[in-house]
Design a protein around this ligand. Structure first.
Ligand SMILES: Nc1ncnc2c1ncn2[C@@H]1O[C@H](COP(=O)(O)OP(=O)(O)OP(=O)(O)O)[C@@H](O)[C@H]1O
Length: 628
C-alpha cells in the first residue's frame, strides 16, 4: 500500500517538476537564463575548490609525520604544514563562501520570478473560473493553498538547481578520486553507503509526506473554519454560538496538533536511521584504511585524507535528506496549487469569438432552458424581448429563476438550449470580455472592496477623474451622504462594505454603473426592505441611470415596475403572464394577486406607521399637558 502511494506520487512529482520547468528556465527571459548558467558555474567551481581540502590535510599530516610520503607540493618542510592548514581552513572556505553567495544572489531573481509568475497565473485563473466554482470554493482554504504553493515553488526552484546538482557532482568526484588513488573497494563502500542512505531517506521522507498532507489538510480546515466563522461574526452573535464556534475550531486544531506532533517524532526516526547508516559506512572505510596504514601500503596522510573526504561527503548527504524532504514537501504544497490551475473554465470563448457590437442594444431570450444541476431545471423555455432603450421588468415568486436570467445574460453559465441574443448576436459567439463591457449591473447585494468609497465608485471606470466620480455619486443620490462622512470620498468602507447600510451600498453600485455607462442595464432590486424615503431616492437614481438604456429590472417590490414597458411574470421557470401593469391587473391573474397582497402589506405597514406616529404625538401632547 505504501509502495503504491510512493509510485503514484513519483509520477506526479515528475509531472509537477515538468510543469515547473518553464518558470525556472523562462523562454522569453535571456537575462534569467544567463543567471541560471552563471549560478551553475559558481556552484561547480565551489565544489571543485572544496575537493582540494582533504589534499591539504593529507600533505600537512605527511609533513608533520616526517619522511618522504609521495606526491606533495614542492615546498620546504617547515612551510608545508602551515601553508596547507591556512589553505584548508581559511582560503578555501573564504573562496567557497564567496562563490556560494554569488550563486545565491544570482539565483534569487530566478526563484522570485517563478514565484511571481505562478502566483499571477493562479490569480488570473481564479478570476477566469465560473461562478459555479466560486460559489463552491472556500476562500480561507484557497488563500492558504496559494500561499503555501508559492512558498513551495521557491523551495523547489532553489533546491533542485542549487543543491541536487552539486551533491551529485561531489559524489562523482569523490568516487573518481577514491577509484584512482585507493582502489574500487573504497568506491564500493562509499557507493553502498550513499545508496543505502539515499534509499532510507527517500523511503522515510515519503512516509513523512503522508503525515505532512494530514497536517496541511487540518491546517487548511482550521483556517477555513476560522475565516468562515469570523466572516459570519454577526450570525454567531445573534445565536450566541461563540462557544460552539470555538469548539468546532478547536476540533480542527486538535487534528492539526496530532499531525504536527507526528511530523516531529518521525523526523527524529529519520535522523537516527541516517546516522546509523553513515556511521557504519564510515567505520568500514576507516578500518580498511587503518589496516593499510599498519601494513605500510598507506600513509597516515592517506588515513586523514579518506576521513576528511568522507566527512566532507556527509555534509551534502545530510542535505540530500533535507533537500529531498523540502522538495517533496514543496511539491505537496504546490500540488494543490497546480490542481487549482487544472480546474477547467466552464464558460470559454469560442476560438473565433469576435467583439460584441452593440448598435442599439436589443436583448432577446429565445426559448431558454437552463439548469444549474441537470436533475433540477430552473428555466423551462423562457422567451422575451427587450426592445432597444426600453425597460422590461421581471417579477415572480422567490426562487422562480429571476436572478438566473441576469446570470445567463452575463454568461456566467451557458444555457442548455435556446439562445440569448444582443442585437442579433448570440452571447456565446462573442468574447465574454466584450459582452460584459456592454452590460451594467446593479446587484441585489452589493459587496464592496475594503477600500475607500472613491475606489469603489471608480471601479466602474478606473480612469475616471475625481470630478466624474463625484458627479456619478451625486447622480446616484449618495453625494451628500459622502460629503458628510468623516474622510469624505476617502472614507474606508470596511470589509465587504460593512460600514455602509444596504441602501448606501446599492447607491455606490448605481454610481459605479453610471460611470461605466453601458448601453444595457440589469437591475436586481434589493430584497431587503428599505425605508420609503431611501427607496424613493434609489428609485430616482435608478430611473435616471436607466433612461435611454435597454433595461431589465428584476423586481421584488411591484410599486417600482408600474412604468415598465412590459412586465414578465415568472413562475417556476416559465412565463406565467406578461403585459403592462394595467393589462396585467385587468387580467386578474397571478400578477394581480401579487399586487393585491403587496398593497395590503404596504397599507398595513402604513397603518402601523400612522398609529406609531399618533402614539408618539399622544405622548408628547400628554407630556405638554402635564407640564402645563
Ligand atoms: N448556483 C446555484 N446552484 C444551484 N442552484 C441554484 C444556484 N443558484 C440558484 N439556484 C436555484 O435556482 C432557483 C432560482 O434561483 P434564482 O436566484 O434565479 O431565483 P429568484 O427568482 O431570483 O429568487 P429570489 O427572488 O429569491 O431572488 C432557486 O431555486 C435556487 O435555489
Amino acid at each position: 500500500m505504501a509502495n503504491k502511494t510512493v509510485s503514484a506520487d513519483s509520477g506526479f512529482t515528475l509531472n509537477t517538476l515538468l510543469n515547473l520547468w518553464p518558470y525556472m528556465w523562462p523562454a522569453d527571459r535571456a537575462d534569467l537564463k544567463a543567471r541560471v548558467v552563471w549560478a551553475t558555474v559558481y556552484l561547480v567551481a565551489a565544489k571543485f575548490i572544496l575537493i582540494a581540502v582533504p589534499y591539504f590535510f593529507k600533505w600537512a599530516t605527511n609533513a608533520l609525520a616526517g619522511g618522504d610520503h609521495g606526491l606533495t607540493p614542492p615546498l620546504p618542510d617547515f612551510l608545508l604544514a602551515p601553508v596547507m592548514l591556512v589553505l584548508a581552513y581559511n582560503v578555501v572556505k573564504i573562496v567557497q563562501l564567496g562563490f556560494n553567495q554569488l550563486r545565491d544572489a544570482l539565483f534569487a531573481r530566478v526563484g522570485q520570478y517563478a514565484v511571481r509568475q505562478l502566483a499571477y497565473k493562479t490569480f488570473v485563473h481564479m478570476h477566469s473560473l465560473s461562478l459555479r466554482f466560486h460559489l463552491e470554493r472556500r476562500t480561507g482554504g484557497l488563500s492558504r493553498i496559494i500561499e503555501r504553493g508559492t512558498k513551495g515553488i521557491e523551495t523547489i526552484v532553489r533546491f533542485t538547481i542549487l543543491n541536487t546538482v552539486p551533491t551529485v557532482l561531489e559524489f562523482a568526484l569523490t568516487a573518481i578520486i577514491f577509484a584512482v588513488a585507493y582502489g574500487w573497494l573504497y568506491v564500493l563502500v562509499v557507493a553502498v553507503t550513499v545508496a543505502l542512505y539515499t534509499w532510507f531517506t527517500v523511503w522515510a521522507s515519503d512516509w513523512r509526506i503522508g503525515i505532512r498532507r494530514d497536517m496541511n489538510n487540518s491546517d487548511t480546515d482550521a483556517n477555513t473554519k476560522a475565516i468562515d466563522s469570523l466572516l459570519n461574526f454577526e450570525t454567531v452573535k445573534y445565536f450566541n454560538n461563540e462557544r460552539m464556534e470555538a469548539e468546532r475550531f478547536d476540533r480542527s486544531m486538535a487534528r492539526y496538533e496530532t499531525a504536527a506532533t507526528r511530523i516531529w517524532t518521525s523526523l527524529g526516526w529519520l535522523n537516527f536511521g541516517q546516522g546509523v547508516i553513515f556511521g557504519a559506512g564510515m567505520a568500514i572505510a576507516m578500518w580498511m584504511s587503518a589496516r593499510e596504514v599498519m601494513a605500510g601500503t598507506q600513509t597516515i596522510g592517506d588515513f586523514v585524507f579518506i576521513n576528511a573526504m568522507l566527512m566532507q561527503l556527509s555534509v551534502p548527504l545530510n542535505f540530500i535528506g533535507f533537500i529531498y524532504r523540502e522538495i517533496r514537501q514543496g511539491l505537496t504544497d504546490i500540488e494543490q496549487m497546480f490542481d487549482l490551475l487544472d480546474v477547467e473554465q466552464e464558460v470559454v470563448d469560442k476560438p473565433d469569438a469576435g467583439r460584441l457590437l452593440v448598435a442599439d442594444g436589443k436583448v432577446e431570450f429565445r426559448d431558454v432552458h437552463f439548469a444549474y444541476d441537470p436533475a433540477r431545471p430552473i428555466l423551462k423555455g423562457v422567451s422575451f424581448e427587450v426592445p432597444a432603450g426600453r425597460t422590461v421588468a421581471i417579477v415572480g415568486p422567490s426562487g422562480a429563476g429571476k436572478s438566473t436570467i441576469s446570470r445567463l445574460l452575463f454568461r456566467f453559465y451557458d444555457v442548455q438550449s435556446g439562445s440569448i441574443l444582443i442585437d442579433g448576436q448570440d452571447v456565446r459567439d462573442v468574447t465574454q470580455e466584450s459582452l460584459r463591457a456592454e452590460i451594467g449591473m446593479v446587484p441585489q447585494d452589493t459587496v464592496l472592496f475594503n477600500d475607500t468609497i472613491a475606489y469603489n465608485i471608480r471601479y466602474g471606470r478606473p480612469d475616471a477623474t475625481d470630478e466624474e466620480v463625484r458627479r456619478a455619486a451625486e447622480l446616484a443620490q449618495i453625494g451628500g451622504f459622502i460629503e458628510h462622512l468623516p474622510g469624505g470620498y476617502k472614507a474606508m468602507v470596511g470589509e465587504r462594505g460593512l460600514k455602509l447600510s444596504g441602501g448606501e451600498k446599492q447607491r455606490v453600485a448605481i454610481a459605479r454603473t453610471i460611470l461605466k455607462a453601458p448601453p444595457i442595464l440589469m437591475l436586481d432590486e434589493a430584497t431587503s426592505a428599505l425605508d420609503t424615503h431611501t427607496e424613493q431616492e434609489i428609485q430616482a437614481a435608478l430611473d435616471l441611470v436607466s433612461r435611454g438604456r435597454t433595461t431589465i429590472v428584476i423586481a421584488h417590490r411591484l410599486s417600482t415596475v408600474i412604468s415598465a414597458d412590459e412586465i414578465i411574470v415568472l413562475k417556476e421557470g416559465q412565463i406565467a403572464e406578461r403585459g403592462t401593469h394595467a393589462s396585467l391587473l385587468r387580467r386578474d391573474g397571478l400578477y394581480a394577486s401579487m399586487w393585491a397582497r403587496q398593497r395590503e402589506a404596504t397599507e398595513a405597514e402604513e397603518r402601523l406607521r400612522i398609529a406609531r406616529e399618533a402614539d408618539e404625538m399622544g405622548v408628547v401632547v400628554r407630556r405638554r399637558t402635564e407640564e402645563v
